[in-house]
Design a protein. Structure first.
Length: 502
């Protein structure tokens, strides 16, 4: 037996050791030799299985029920504002209240704080001192989309358009010639505000970014995919009815402005400050004859945000304080006062610390951060056999194999990577194994094929132990993305297990 003491350094096996280890099974009968071989295979190889072969009938039922809840959440959370609003509604129903309404916090208390209505922190206070650290789940709730420019409205060729600016990493051509909806928030001249959501109800009109007909696309078809439609060509068609007064200049644009004023109380000037987003129309749908998958807009990263929200919302009493972090602006670098780099997320942690410890001391709080454990709950790329040449099949998450633990992110030579420490990753793996929660591992595609990052690095910079951990996705950042229902469920199980037992 090899010496397994901590910190032991182990060299190569000697010739004698190798001779013994690889001695052929000559002493046993052929049938037994086979079973010894199978035993070797079972004990030595690391295999990840499809969860349809792993889950019991009851677990499969729970997974499919959870998927229905998730689909309904998605339909109410097409923007970061809607995701935060819907999450707060769920938390309020479960007895959470705004942390600012509390003078002190006791074990079992449930609190949250909205981060400018576009991010959210929530916590359930544990029995341990805050100094012992927090168990945190952190996701983002913004998704790639098209925003309206500050001066978006114009008419041309007797049609009304809105100028857009893409947000996050998109293949622009994927967003043309598909029905789109408008979701947003605007402040009127009198200071009152209005929420807008048009294009998802079957009786609603939809909007569209036009594409060139194939008949005239001789030149367009020779362009690279990045240029086949350009940013300035992505103008949203929203109307074509003029006001009846012939003496008005821009009669078609004024026709739209009339509707805007009448229906929403907004003027062209109010649109300058508004946040209005162009997102795919339609609701989340089952995909496949056997309904194994969900097709929807915005799985990245609501497919991790939702199971994280449900995991924290379900806590009554835990040993350590558990926290939920839903952030904005991840798709553009996590900056700004609603992005994960914002001080405000940490201010909430400091407030939890101060209100449980009976006061704030900086060193104590910094130690609490060092003692904290976090899953950066963001999606990973599922293996797509149609694009096999871009992925390393031995190191890529597979659809239906469960939650993916991603040790590191980044691109090229792991540039910009957040890299979980081996000790921490091992702890998470052992925990999931102990509770028999299926997991897999993977990294983002082949070396030098691309890459990406998450919010993990910003938490890691503060001393928190962080691991990237989330749901595999196909078609990532396309108007419709695909996830596997059993991966979603395994992810929820993993998140709950982590915050309850880490
Ligand atoms: Mn993401
Ligand atoms: Mn993304």
């Amino acid at each position: 037996m090899t010496n397994m003491d901590n910190n032991s350094i182990i060299g190569a096996p000697s010739q004698d050791e190798l001779y013994q280890l690889f001695a052929p099974p000559t002493e046993v009968k052929p049938e037994e030799a086979l079973s010894v071989g199978k035993e070797l295979e079972k004990s030595l190889l690391n295999k990840y299985n499809n969860l349809f072969d792993v889950y019991s009938t009851a677990e499969l039922q729970s997974a499919f029920t959870f998927a229905e809840d998730y689909k309904s959440f998605l339909d109410h959370a097409k923007t970061e504002r809607e995701a935060v609003y819907t999450s707060i509604k769920l938390l309020n129903n479960l007895g959470f209240s705004d942390i600012r309404s509390k003078e002190q916090l006791l074990p079992g208390d449930k609190v949250y704080r909205s981060i400018h209505n576009k991010g959210l922190m929530a916590a359930v206070i544990g029995e341990d001192k805050a100094k012992a650290g927090f168990n945190i789940l952190g996701a983002h709730v913004d998704s790639p989309r098209f925003d309206l420019k500050p001066n978006p409205i114009y008419e041309e060729a007797e049609m009304v358009f809105l100028k857009t600016h893409y947000y996050g990493g998109v293949k622009k051509y994927q967003w043309t010639a598909v029905p789109l909806a408008l979701h947003g928030f605007a402040v009127r001249a009198d200071g009152t505000s209005v929420k807008i959501a048009i294009g998802d109800d079957e009786n609603d009109p939809v909007f569209m970014l036009t594409d060139l007909l194939i008949h005239l696309s001789k030149d367009q078809m020779t362009k690279t995919a990045a240029e086949v439609v350009t940013g300035e060509e992505l103008n949203l068609l929203i109307g074509g009815r003029p006001v009846p007064h012939k003496d008005v200049s821009e009669r078609f644009k004024v026709g739209f402005l009339m509707i805007l004023k009448e229906k929403y109380g907004l003027s062209e000037r109010d649109i300058v400050s508004a946040e209005i987003q162009v997102v795919p129309s339609d609701k989340a749908r089952d995909l496949g004859f056997d309904r194994s998958f969900i097709a929807a807009y915005g799985h990245d990263d609501r497919v991790c945000a939702y199971p994280a929200l449900r995991a924290v919302a379900a806590q009554e009493k835990s040993k350590r304080t558990v926290m939920l972090m839903l952030t904005d602006k991840e798709e553009v670098g996590s900056q700004g006062n609603t992005g994960a780099q914002s001080q405000e997320y940490e201010t909430f942690m400091a407030e939890v610390y101060a209100k449980t410890e009976g006061g704030y001391d900086e060193l104590g709080f910094l130690m609490a951060l060092e003692n904290s454990a976090m899953l950066s709950t963001d999606v990973v790329n599922g293996y797509d056999p149609n694009f096999a040449s871009t992925m390393d099949i031995r190191n890529n998450s597979m659809m239906g194999h469960g939650v993916c633990l991603q040790k590191y992110t980044g691109s090229r030579g792991k540039s910009g990577a957040s890299d979980a420490n081996a000790e921490f990753l091992a702890k998470v793996v052992h925990l999931l194994d102990e509770y028999k929660i299926p997991w897999q591992t993977g990294e983002l595609g082949k070396v030098d094929q691309g890459g990406g990052g998450t919010i993990s690095q910003y938490a890691a910079n503060r001393g928190i132990e962080v691991l990237d951990c989330g749901v595999p996705v196909l078609n990532m950042h396309a108007p419709q993305e695909i996830v596997h229902k059993l991966d979603l469920y395994a992810t929820h199980q993993a998140y709950r297990c982590f915050i309850e037992n880490m």
